[in-house]
Design a protein around this ligand. Structure first.
Ligand SMILES: Cc1cc2nc3c(=O)[nH]c(=O)nc-3n(C[C@H](O)[C@H](O)[C@H](O)COP(=O)(O)OP(=O)(O)OC[C@H]3O[C@@H](n4cnc5c(N)ncnc54)[C@H](O)[C@@H]3O)c2cc1C
Ligand SMILES: NC(=O)c1ccc[n+]([C@@H]2O[C@H](COP(=O)([O-])OP(=O)(O)OC[C@H]3O[C@@H](n4cnc5c(N)ncnc54)[C@H](O)[C@@H]3O)[C@@H](O)[C@H]2O)c1
Length: 458
């Protein structure tokens, strides 16, 4: 079988073949659940857990503001089932549309492997040749080499959201995005959470003040074992939990838990497709090598998303998919993908959001920079919330007034950061953004206006 376009992966890659490809024969190849990580195992279900977790936490904090609310209990199965009875039909619907809805599109449900130049064994008994191939095969959780891991029951983000019972005690290995979000979700629902992280802070890639504040607040909710690794794992039961684990830490300490979540990063799925047979180069980190147009080293082969970028974020995968789509349709007018100002947010409690350079990165770059910081507590809405720990921090070039980075920790951080992303993306100066528009008073967004006004620019 020969097709005009073969797309490996039904996550972000699925959006490429829209109506503008109606005159082309397209193959979509998917080895797992249709729709990829974000829909089935990532962004969307996690945030659907985070929302009720935030609600549970708010209820517990009501009395601080004189409101007689309290958190009583979480009905794990009801929460889980609300989420997946919403999501699973979307995945099924997408699969059905691709399998049967389009005469020019064929879905191959198998593990794709290259057997030659733009020639793919679909894993369904059929081999395809294609004029163009898009590799959008994503990433998967990394499993650390911990003795005993193969002897115990453990979860990754792929499985933990579907468990039948909420664990009484959860051990999480890792201190990054996945850890921060699931620790929040489970602890808000009443689980005792222990986090083992090998570095001294959680969210260690964030600006150092944000990571320090997050870690300080996390220590009030979770048992943190920082600068620690797990030396050995063994099955454990207190009589009630049949699937528990005991972790022996490198300092001799132990942690016992009913469930274990491994959250120690993700790696690109580039090693599962025999890419060398298609002359597609992979770098030392396992990422498919692409140029600014998302072209791989093999003519007619493109790559996008987690399989080829270090960020592992859905909004970037979507952007790269739009770039690849344009370039497939306009081979004489290629556009470059932008990796400038890629923001991220951690939907934990508190939320964290960031874009651009951290203060330390600005210092290490040797450039002149200035920093301003604004506490939510020093704005009217911060008073309303009785907030004492949240802040916005910006890093700027004093000569041009342009922002170099922005870092937020606190309620609504993922929303509040957007005008700062916009300023950086559109080249607006801090003064233009602060004084070129009205800021609704006394909205929480005033914290952003105030931090921009505080910058000691030339
Ligand atoms: C728990 C969690 C929460 C997250 N939350 C967020 C968030 O809030 N915001 C955010 O921006 N990002 C978030 N992410 C990251 C985001 O999900 C990913 O960056 C994004 O989904 C990557 O998209 P992709 O298209 O590159 O890969 P995927 O969506 O993973 O798609 C790849 C597809 O390729 C298939 N595949 C792989 N190999 C083959 C093969 N050989 N043959 C056939 N099919 C194959 C896979 O089965 C998969 O369906 C989260 C990730 C996780 C794990
Ligand atoms: N809100 C979001 O955008 C969101 C949410 C979840 C995941 N994601 C994406 O998924 C990716 C994977 O997330 P993640 O949290 O698994 O990875 P991560 O890279 O964010 O964090 C991994 C953590 O594990 C620690 N670690 C690694 N090996 C360890 C070991 N042996 N023992 C103890 N600690 C160890 C690291 O120090 C680090 O803190 C992220 O890069 C992120 O882009 C995004």
């Amino acid at each position: 079988m020969h097709v005009d376009l073969a797309v490996i992966g039904s996550g972000s890659g699925n959006s490429i073949a829209d109506d503008s490809f109606a005159d082309r024969q397209v193959a979509i190849l998917e080895k797992g659940v249709f729709g990829g990580t974000c829909l089935n195992y990532g962004c969307i279900p996690t945030k659907m857990f985070v929302y009720p977790a935030d609600l549970a936490l708010s209820a517990a904090h009501g009395p601080e503001l004189g409101v007689g609310t309290r958190f009583e209990q979480a009905d794990w199965r009801a929460i889980r089932d609300r989420i997946f009875t919403r999501i699973d039909p979307i995945s099924d619907g997408g699969r059905h549309w691709r399998a049967e809805g389009r005469p020019n599109v064929r879905l191959y449900e198998g593990q794709a492997r290259f057997v030659g130049e733009r020639t793919i064994d679909t894993g369904t008994g059929e081999v395809l040749t294609a004029d163009q191939v898009v590799i959008a095969a994503g990433s998967r959780p990394v499993l650390p080499e911990i003795p005993g891991l193969d002897q115990v029951r453990f979860h990754t983000s792929d499985t933990v959201m579907r468990i039948d019972e909420q664990p009484r005690r959860l051990l999480i290995i890792g201190g990054g995005f996945v850890s921060a979000e699931f620790a929040h979700v489970f602890s808000a629902f009443g689980t005792e959470v222990t986090v083992v992280n090998r570095s001294p802070v959680l969210l260690g890639k964030e600006d150092h003040e944000v990571a320090a504040r997050f870690t300080e607040l996390a220590a009030q909710r979770w048992d943190l074992r920082l600068n620690r690794t797990v030396a050995r794992l063994e099955p454990w039961s207190d009589g009630s939990a049949a699937t528990g684990v005991r972790a022996h830490l490198d300092d001799g300490g132990t942690v016992e838990a009913d469930a274990l979540l491994v959250a120690t990063g993700r790696r690109a799925n580039s090693d599962t497709m025999d890419l060398q047979k298609a002359d597609v180069a992979v770098d030392a980190d396992g990422l498919v090598v692409v140029d600014e147009f998302q072209r791989t080293t093999a003519p007619g082969v493109w790559a996008l998303g987690d399989v080829s970028n270090t960020y592992q974020l859905k909004h970037l995968s979507n952007h790269e998919a739009r770039v690849v789509q344009h370039n497939l349709l306009h081979p004489d007018d290629l556009v470059a993908a932008s990796h400038d100002h890629v923001p991220s947010a951690v939907f934990s409690h508190p939320q964290v959001a960031s874009v651009g350079l951290t203060e330390r990165e600005a210092a290490e770059s040797g450039r002149r920079y200035v920093v301003a910081k604004q506490m939510y507590a020093d704005t009217a809405y911060g008073w309303a919330m009785e907030d004492h720990t949240s802040f916005v921090k910006v890093v700027a070039d004093p000569a041009t007034g342009l922002l170099l980075g922005a870092h937020l920790i606190g309620p609504q951080a993922a929303n509040l950061i957007q005008p700062l992303i916009q300023a950086m993306s559109l080249g607006q100066t801090a003064r233009e953004v602060a004084r070129g528009q009205f800021w609704i008073h006394p909205a929480l967004m005033e914290v952003v206006e105030n931090v921009l006004l505080k910058l000691p620019l030339d």
